[in-house]
Design a protein around this ligand. Sequence first.
Ligand SMILES: [Zn+2]
Length: 87
Amino acid sequence: MYYPISCTRCGHDLASTPGPVTAQPNDWEELNCTECGEFHATLGAWEEQQTPDRLRFLNKSRSLMMAMRREHDALIEQQHTKGERVA
Ligand SMILES: [Zn+2]
């Protein structure tokens, strides 16, 4: 499970919990930067403080996925058109 952060050491924007992924992660699990391993906060503290950022991150992810989907569809369309030309 990955969580958006702002790393104080390297500026990376993703942290992860070291433990196995569970449906209900414990509040005391530690978030560490995925880039440099810097300890960021416990999951409970992160959730209390970062909710607005998390929502922004989710929105960003959604727009990115939609953009990728459009790109993918355009590519398929392009290949389809080329295929018809060859045949
Ligand atoms: Zn870092």
